[in-house]
Ligand binder design. Structure first.
Ligand code: PLP
Length: 390
């Protein structure tokens, strides 16, 4: 029985309710088994209930859940060390979501410019169809009408340009510009992969104009694309980077990472989060990193991604209504010539979870621990739906 009347209707939810998960599988209230090609929207990157993470959460929950950031949190120090060792960053700030991580990045950008003697530089250039969150600042950074409509006035300080177009970025720069914020691959708009050289061009523009380069790796981070970070497919590094989704395998956690020279502008008292980086979230995240890096999960993502890409390309040959297949690691999209919603609904009916983006795109973010057999099973379900519908 549905009993949703006490909830705000912010989500167009499917009526299925899951009660248990293991690896790439979920079970609903009736005990029916599903194949999960969405992993909680790129959160459960190690599959459902990965043993090491589950054990770490259980143990930490029995020992100490929360103390606040008024005191040292050794697990947070350890996690920051482990995370910064994977990339350009020297320091981390922990929070609880992707939007909050981006809020921190936006504040850090403004503060850095102010401290460097440029109080008038507060504007951040972002890309159309990007996605940075639902708070007022991050929806103002999100250049999508459907995210912003109804919540005006938007927060000042953002300027939008087409994605994958460095010339447009250069043209948008003014005396007010402080930074450039983009996703290395746009996720919510259907896995939009920029041309090789795009991120390097942004780096060069930022350097030329004294701007900060900020990457939103909330979706592309934590091994999703086959490298630990999405921007590591390129040969450059940003000044600030945000992460969330896969960071703690489903325990809410986000982080803003930065170089030491930028991070130094967050002095004591300038930014804070009550829950951010509490012992429970840190324990879950440390176990996630351990599994991803030490147990060899990350090494297999590229090969599994290539397998998924090949399978989807085979479908593309078979069905003319597939307009494009876009894959980077285990971040994948199938763009159709027809609305995707009915296809997605039919897939769920046949017990495959995926998501519909931008009206015509099916997006897949399966667990990075998925097997080749499971990839075959999922793609076969998509094929059977396309076959029966068209
Ligand atoms: C999901 C997402 C966010 C927002 O994360 P929340 O945890 O929902 O606030 C921000 N940026 C990108 C790229 C995302 O995919």
């Amino acid at each position: 029985m549905n009993d949703t009347h006490s909830l705000m209707l912010t989500y167009a939810r499917n009526s299925v309710a899951f009660v248990r998960g293991e690896g790439t599988r979920l079970w609903d209230e009736e005990g029916l088994e599903y194949l999960d090609f969405l992993a909680g929207i790129g959160v459960n990157n190690l599959g459902h209930c990965p043993p090491k993470v589950t054990a770490a959460i259980r143990e930490q929950a029995g020992q100490l859940v929360h103390t606040s950031n008024l005191y040292r949190i050794p697990l947070q120090e350890k996690l920051a060390q482990r995370l910064t060792a994977t990339c350009f960053a020297d320091q981390a700030f922990f929070c609880n979501s992707g939007a909050e991580a981006n809020e921190a990045a936006i504040k850090l950008t403004r503060k850095t410019m102010r401290d460097r003697g440029h109080p008038g530089r507060f504007e951040i250039i972002t890309a159309f169809n990007g996605f940075h969150g639902r708070t007022l600042a991050t929806l103002s950074a999100t250049a999508q009408e459907k995210v912003q409509r109804g919540f005006e006035p938007l927060m000042p300080g953002f300027r939008y340009v087409p994605f994958n177009d460095p010339v447009a970025v250069e043209k948008a720069i003014s005396p007010y510009t402080a930074g450039i914020l983009v996703e290395p691959i746009q996720g919510e708009s259907g896995v939009r992969i920029p041309d090789d050289g795009y991120l390097e061009a942004l780096r060069a523009i930022a350097d030329r104009h004294g701007l900060l380069l900020i990457f939103d790796e909330v979706q592309t981070g934590m091994g999703r694309t086959g490298k630990f970070w999405g921007h590591q497919w390129s040969s450059m590094t940003p000044d600030i980077m945000t992460v969330a989704k896969g960071l703690a395998s489903g325990i809410p956690m986000g982080a803003c990472l930065a170089t030491a020279s930028v991070a130094a502008h967050f002095s004591p008292g300038t930014h804070a989060s009550t829950f951010g980086g509490n012992p429970l979230a840190c324990a879950a995240s440390l176990a996630t990193l351990e599994t991803l890096l030490d147990d060899g999960v990350l090494q297999k993502v590229s090969e599994l991604g290539a397998y998924l890409e090949h399978q989807l390309q085979e479908l593309e040959k078979q069905y003319k209504l597939i307009k494009a297949v876009r894959v980077r690691g285990l971040m994948a999209a199938v763009e159709l010539n027809v609305p995707a919603e009915e296809v997605g609904a039919m897939c769920l009916n046949r017990r495959l979870l995926l998501s519909c983006q931008m009206g015509t795109t099916l997006r897949m973010l399966p667990p990075l621990t998925i097997s080749k057999e499971e990839i075959e099973q999922g793609v076969a379900i998509i094929g059977s739906v396309l076959n029966d519908l068209f």
